[in-house]
Design a protein around this ligand. Structure first.
Ligand code: S3P
Length: 174
């Protein structure tokens, strides 16, 4: 049996934070959102970190945080969408928990995020085109890192949480 953290991975807007919070509550576990924790630690938001330190600076902070979190047990951890870009991060995730990829397609994500002001990668760009690009670049990374792929299309958050719980139960019983 792998370490007991539960990781949620997927593109921005796929519901990792919402679902992670609900799941943690249901399972009576602590919840961590890596972006929020980086913001708490630095005292500034993710956009500001991108502005001052570039994407590279943000990625370094993300990796450092993830290494620290791999020491934790029994947490539900929602990650930033780009976490899978680094092999080092992917290995940490694979080795320290059970991972769910919340698979949402770019069209739906762009409807959710078209007015978003908090994601630096979506600033001053065609949101749907950018999300399609990110999807194409990352989908196979999400799929190979995940233990389970959860399609989110037309599902409520509560239904997705139930699906994750079912998978966890079947995992634990095997
Ligand atoms: C990013 C996703 C964001 C945040 C940063 C970069 C990405 O997190 O980490 O803006 O590269 O996809 P969410 O997936 O929580 O929005």
């Amino acid at each position: 049996m792998k370490a007991t953290n539960i990781f949620l991975i997927g593109l921005m807007g796929s519901g990792k934070t919402t679902i992670g919070k609900l799941l943690a509550k249901k399972l009576n576990r602590s919840f961590i959102d890596t972006d929020q924790l980086i913001e708490q630690k630095t005292g500034v938001d993710v956009s500001m970190i991108f502005e001052f330190e570039g994407e590279r600076g943000f990625r370094d902070r993300e990796t450092k945080l993830l290494s620290d979190l791999s020491e934790k047990l029994n947490h539900v951890i929602s990650t930033g969408g780009g976490v899978v870009l680094s092999k080092f991060n992917r290995d940490i995730i694979s080795n320290s928990g059970t991972t769910f990829y919340l698979k949402t397609y770019p069209k739906e994500l762009s409807l959710r995020l078209k007015n978003d002001k908090t994601r630096p990668l979506l600033k001053n760009t065609d949101v749907e085109r950018k999300l399609t690009e990110l999807y194409e670049e990352r989908c196979s990374l999400y799929e190979t890192t995940a233990d389970y792929i959860i399609e989110t299309k037309n599902k409520r958050a509560t239904q997705i949480v139930l699906e994750i719980e079912e998978k966890l139960n079947s995992y634990e019983n095997n």
